[in-house]
Design a protein around this ligand. Structure first.
Ligand SMILES: Cc1cc2nc3c(=O)[nH]c(=O)nc-3n(C[C@H](O)[C@H](O)[C@H](O)COP(=O)(O)OP(=O)(O)OC[C@H]3O[C@@H](n4cnc5c(N)ncnc54)[C@H](O)[C@@H]3O)c2cc1C
Length: 486
């Protein structure tokens, strides 16, 4: 018997008996897997879904259930709130937010199809209240639909694409809309006859020549051989809980300490690479520290250890946090005056590092050279009073002078503050979810979607809330349809 391994496929010729036979085998029951299974079953394929846990969920069920949607003139919620959103602006934002890692074809396709995808989600039973919640929110605290969830209104993005809020959140009271989102998708998949096998971990692909023809799953500690005539779809999530992979591909994440997700161990990426797939943007990750809560803190100014600003702070909290990590030393400071100070969230682990009746005093308490932080704040305040930020183009109303003493510097320490993070790199896929080989051609019979791939949320510095679930649900569907077609 050949070795069963994540790192190289099992030869089909050595499979003595197939334990299961199906058209499409989906691996992983988060949002990507659920959507892939629904579309494949809807297209008439026999679908089996293997999940290593005892039920559906993954990181998707832990999420806020927020999906990035727009274009086509605007969704019902966008239009009701007075926002027009052209497909061109939507695509331009997706590309800008993808930075050097953007997959332009995926951005264009999703921008064109996003409203149809929103309609599809609704037709699966995902409820949306349809209203707009103004302001800056990480997730709505009520059951509102539409929020600003990225850097749309901040430079440089607002100069590239007309700003519109695009974070669409499932109707669910408070944070945590991911669980009901997955429950709805699960029930739809089961209604369509998807055969769900839980406590079943994929441990190897099966290849016949160059074609993936099945998968080996471990059930009750026994290898079971699954023949998948049309193909296997990997939907296994990222690798944030695999220290070895992080060390190899994404070592910057060791500066921070709060991985989030559901055991994302990178197994799908390893399976895909073992079968000849290419893995790209493996160094990219999302991170954020919840520094915009309570809300007055969103008006603060960030400086690094040298007392220098490094970002327009009206960007998405995740972009600011990711740029903070690029700064030298162990952390950065959030500067506030008494008009904008409130007790920071305990979970954020942000602590008071310096106070004073002037910015010079704060500078001294932080041990910075005279004329560094104080000069930064003098320059900032002079221009903020005129409604300008000549250095970083931060915009009103977040741009306000911080000139009412006493003053405070809160430290966001990379090692001890709460910087949550998950990985963004993964298998390279076509817009149809085919895993692309290192030779530039699709790996026959192998598909993938969600965070085991590199998709819309490709660049940590540009991530916007809702990108990942948009990518998982939409490109999961693409993979399901393509695999069903054989
Ligand atoms: C707290 C939190 C909040 C978030 N909020 C949002 C948000 O509001 N909007 C947004 O866009 N993104 C959000 N994200 C990110 C987003 O939730 C994830 O990136 C996304 O859900 C990943 O979906 P997925 O289907 O690729 O993987 P997952 O949902 O993680 O599903 C993967 C599944 O595969 C299974 N699996 C893994 N390996 C195997 C194997 N070898 N064999 C069998 N099964 C396997 C896992 O058990 C899991 O069930 C959030 C993340 C977190 C942690």
């Amino acid at each position: 018997m050949a070795e069963i391994s994540l790192y190289h496929p099992y030869p089909a010729a050595q499979v003595a008996t197939w334990d299961y036979e199906t058209d499409v085998a989906v691996i992983g029951f988060g949002a990507a897997g659920a959507c892939a299974a629904i579309e494949a079953a809807d297209a008439g394929a026999r679908v089996m879904l293997f999940e290593r846990g005892s039920g559906s969920g993954g990181a998707s069920a832990l999420s806020g259930g927020e999906i990035y949607i727009g274009g086509g003139g605007g969704s019902d919620a966008q239009r009701a709130a007075g926002f027009e959103d052209s497909t061109e602006d939507f695509a331009a934002y997706l590309k800008a937010a993808g930075g050097p890692c953007a997959d332009e074809e995926k951005c264009d396709l999703y921008a064109r199809e996003s409203l149809a995808h929103y309609a599809w989600l609704k037709s699966q039973g995902v409820p949306y209240r349809g209203n707009y919640l103004p302001g800056k929110h990480i997730e709505p605290t009520d059951d509102s639909t539409l929020i600003w969830s990225g850097s749309e209104a901040a430079a440089p993005f607002c100069d590239i694409a007309k700003p519109a809020p695009r974070g669409h959140v499932i109707a669910h009271m408070g944070w945590g809309g991911g669980r009901p989102l997955v429950d709805i998708l699960e029930s739809r998949a089961r209604d369509l006859g998807v055969d769900v096998v839980s406590d079943a971990r994929a441990v190897a692909l099966v290849q016949d020549g160059d074609r993936v023809v099945g998968v080996v799953v471990r059930i009750d500690n026994q290898p079971r051989f699954v023949k998948a005539t049309n193909g296997v779809i990997l939907c296994t999530g990222g690798f944030v809980f695999n220290d070895e992979m992080r060390r190899r591909y994404c070592p910057e994440t060791f500066k921070i300490n709060s991985p989030i997700g559901d055991q994302d161990d990178g197994s799908g990426i390893e399976l895909g690479v073992g079968a000849g797939g290419d893995a790209i943007h493996m160094d990219q990750f999302f991170t954020t520290c919840p520094w915009t809560m309570p809300e007055p803190q969103a008006h603060g100014v960030f400086v690094n250890r040298a007392g220098q600003r490094f970002i327009n702070e009206d960007c998405y909290h995740g972009r600011v946090s990711r740029c903070a990590l690029d700064q030298p030393g162990e952390g950065v400071y959030l500067l506030l005056d008494i008009a904008h100070f409130d007790q920071p969230l305990e979970m954020a682990g942000m602590t008071i590092a310096g106070t004073g009746d002037s910015w010079e005093e704060v500078e001294g308490e932080l041990g910075m050279a005279p004329g560094t932080l104080s000069a930064t704040m003098a320059f900032y305040n002079v221009h903020a009073r005129e409604g300008r930020d000549p250095l970083f183009d931060k915009k009103p109303p977040i741009l306000t002078p911080l000139d009412q003493g006493p003053f405070v510097a809160l430290e966001l320490n990379f090692a001890t503050s709460y910087f949550s993070f998950f990985t963004l790199g993964g298998l390279r896929t076509s817009t149809d979810g085919e895993v692309m080989g290192r030779d530039g051609k699709p790996v026959s019979g192998l598909f993938a979607a969600g965070r085991c791939t590199s998709g819309l949320p490709a660049w940590g510095h540009g991530y916007s809330s809702g990108f990942s679930l948009a990518d998982c649900t939409f490109f999961g569907r693409q993979a399901g349809r393509k695999a069903a077609a054989g």
